[in-house]
Design a binder for this molecule. Structure first.
Ligand code: ZN
Length: 292
């Protein structure tokens, strides 16, 4: 019996924000930036776990890895390894500061430096950016473009999450999940399920771990039918049920961070298997296909 969704012409963009367990916004009040260097470093093993998982499929799904500059500077071999396996490397900024909390000057520096760092490691152009915690705005989007990126992938339309930013894309036509912001600059938002004026969070992360897989799959099918494209996000630390626990963090943040970590590997494998007829490709290749 064929249980895969009928999705031959659909593209699924798996994206991973490469940061470690101690760098997330949920724990910012308990873990200072200055202490990062003294924490147990687990991002390398967890990223390799994802690479192995993807390579385990006969059809070799490809993905986009938005890497934090702080991590890239310490693990340049990992950055090269990701590209050598056929995936795309893009920027997640340098120090995981939320964009609205930085001055325009500091943000421009962060955008430029994180891009240059990855380009120096790889010797090729880096074209994509994702803001920490999807903290995008019209002003930030302008700075992303000015820093020389080709696309931004920071918009998450699920407005009920307090940290996510907002963009007004209502006047721009969406094609295969891509918005043309200006002649040489694009927005590729994370997917959500839009039901009338309501938006259900379906892009990935904690919601993917929380929802029963069959429900998520039905939502994905609905988005793919409409958009022909699905943009999914996750983090390497979500594949690590044994990571150190931050006991002093607020209970709500701990719930969001730790819920069902032990199911992540199984669930993402199920996702890939369920949509094996779709193409799992990178943001850059999808953009090229869409815009010509
Ligand atoms: Zn992040």
């Amino acid at each position: 019996m064929n249980t895969t969704a009928s999705a031959e012409n659909y593209n699924i963009l798996l994206t991973f924000d490469v940061e470690d367990w101690f760098q997330v916004e949920n724990f910012k009040s308990c873990i200072s930036y200055e202490s990062w260097g003294n924490r147990e470093f687990r991002v390398q093993d967890n990223t390799v776990k994802i690479l192995e998982l993807l390579d385990g499929f006969r059809f070799k799904p490809k993905a986009t890895f938005f890497i934090l500059g702080w991590v890239a500077r310490r693990l340049p071999a990992l950055v090269r390894e990701i590209v050598s396996r056929g995936h795309e490397v893009a920027s997640h900024g340098y120090g995981h500061d939320l964009c609205p909390l930085m001055t325009a000057g500091a943000l421009a520096k962060d955008l430029g430096y994180s891009k240059m760092l990855l380009e120096d490691i790889l010797g090729t152009r880096v074209t994509g950016y994702r803001a920490p915690s999807f903290s995008i705005s019209e002003q930030t989007l302008g700075l992303v473009r000015d820093a020389g990126y080709l696309y931004d992938a920071s918009y998450n339309s699920f407005g009920s999450h307090g940290r996510y930013g907002h963009l007004d894309l209502s006047r721009i036509t969406r094609q295969n999940g891509v918005y043309r912001i200006s002649p040489d600059f694009y927005e590729i938002p994370v997917s959500n399920l839009e039901l009338g004026s309501r938006v259900l969070p379906l892009g990935g992360g904690g919601y993917f771990r929380l929802f029963p897989f069959q429900l998520f799959k039905q939502g994905m099918k609905a988005v793919l039918k409409k958009e022909k494209t699905f943009v999914f996000y996750a983090h390497p630390w979500e594949f690590d049920p044994d990571q150190p626990r931050v006991k002093q963090a607020p209970a709500g943040f701990r719930f969001r961070h730790y819920i069902n970590l032990d199911q992540m590997e199984y669930k993402i494998s199920a996702l890939i298997r369920s949509f094996a007829n779709a193409r799992f490709t990178t943001c850059r290749l999808h953009l090229k296909e869409t815009t010509g």
